[in-house]
Ligand binder design. Structure first.
Ligand SMILES: NC(=O)C1=CN([C@@H]2O[C@H](COP(=O)(O)OP(=O)(O)OC[C@H]3O[C@@H](n4cnc5c(N)ncnc54)[C@H](OP(=O)(O)O)[C@@H]3O)[C@@H](O)[C@H]2O)C=CC1
Ligand SMILES: O=C(O)[C@@H]1CCC=N1
Length: 282
């Protein structure tokens, strides 16, 4: 094992944990034997070892004790127990990177008894290096460590450094949760195509290329989305008719309210005892 390379421990090796470790290996940033992936299921650890060559652990402490960088990638509801268990088992100069929705730097620092923390919010397209991550460091993260953070998070795609932690709850609502909105929209369009009478395969092809083509067009034209929408919207035409119905159904308001709800939920998840209560009529 090359001792000059940092050792990275992932505490939680689910969807996002795998996205991070696969990105690190794919980009040649970390040799697989420097990645320790901890989680309760032996079969999952073995699956990741066989697929990537990483070192699996079922004991979080054993992994964290050896690591220069500890990445917290468990569900928010598991975090309290995990932090309590890890307290006193982190190297004094280790860097902690959390991707846990809602969990504040202060909460992690207090529960872990460690001050060098980065809070981040990636998203699932990071699994193919096409994600975006927003991150904020605690004051004790030094410049060298910030470089390390950029490299690690860069393995998931783009990364954006921010200085205000409140942006993290906002990013959780917009980009962290964002793929869920996009997939729901894709699903709704495909189902509408099938409802019209298209075979599903053709509806999927039409929707996928329309959405990806529109995104690429927007990226290249650098025009306001409303200007590009107007290009499609002839007076008295089909687009004007469809958009009238979407606006009448409260399309924009529904999206805006959904994102505010996700933002508030992210703030709630950071509280000591996050609940799973559904807020009816809100
Ligand atoms: N999914 C997403 O789109 C995004 C998620 N996040 C954040 O990433 C974090 C992980 O989410 P995600 O990867 O989706 O969730 P997963 O459920 O896929 O992964 C969580 C992993 O943690 C493991 N685990 C459970 N308990 C412990 C424990 N005590 N110690 C160590 N590992 C444990 C689970 O094992 P087992 O399955 O055996 O229980 C599982 O492998 C969350 O905090 C979430 O907020 C951030 C951005 C995007
Ligand atoms: O639903 C969730 O809690 C996570 C956080 C970001 C995306 N999904």
């Amino acid at each position: 094992m090359d001792t000059t390379q940092p050792t990275i421990a992932l505490i939680g090796h689910g969807i996002m944990g795998e996205a991070i470790l696969s990105g690190l290996i794919r980009d040649g940033l970390t040799p697989a034997d420097h990645i320790l992936a901890a989680g309760p299921r032996v079969d999952r650890g073995e699956e990741l070892r066989d697929r990537y060559g990483i070192r699996p652990f079922t004991d979080n402490r054993a992994a964290a004790e050896q690591a220069d960088v500890v990445i917290l990638s468990v569900k928010p509801q598991r975090l309290d127990r995990v932090l309590e268990n890890l307290r006193g088992h982190i190297q004094p100069d280790a860097l902690i990177i959390s991707i846990v929705a809602g969990a504040s730097i202060e909460k992690i620092a207090t529960q872990l008894g460690h001050s060098c923390i980065v809070r981040s919010m990636p998203n699932t397209p990071g699994q193919i290096g096409e994600g975006i991550t927003v991150w904020v460091p605690s004051p004790s993260v030094n410049e060298e460590q910030k470089k390390t953070v950029r490299q690690i998070l860069g393995a998931l795609g783009q990364e954006i450094f921010v200085e205000e932690e409140n942006y993290l709850d906002m990013a959780t609502a917009l980009s962290g949760t964002g793929p869920a909105y996009v997939f729901l929209f894709l699903e709704a369009l495909i189902d509408a195509g099938v409802h019209l009478g298209f075979p599903r395969r053709i509806a999927e092809q039409l929707v996928l290329q329309t959405v990806s083509g529109s995104v690429d067009y927007y990226r290249r034209k650098k025009a306001h989305p409303a200007a590009l929408r107007n290009e499609v919207t002839s007076p008295g035409g089909t687009s004007a008719e469809a958009i009238y119905y979407l606006e009448k159904a409260g399309f924009r308001t529904a999206i805006s309210r959904a994102i505010w709800a996700a933002y508030e939920r992210s703030q709630e998840l950071g509280k000591d005892k996050p609940t799973g209560q559904l807020k009816e009529n809100s």
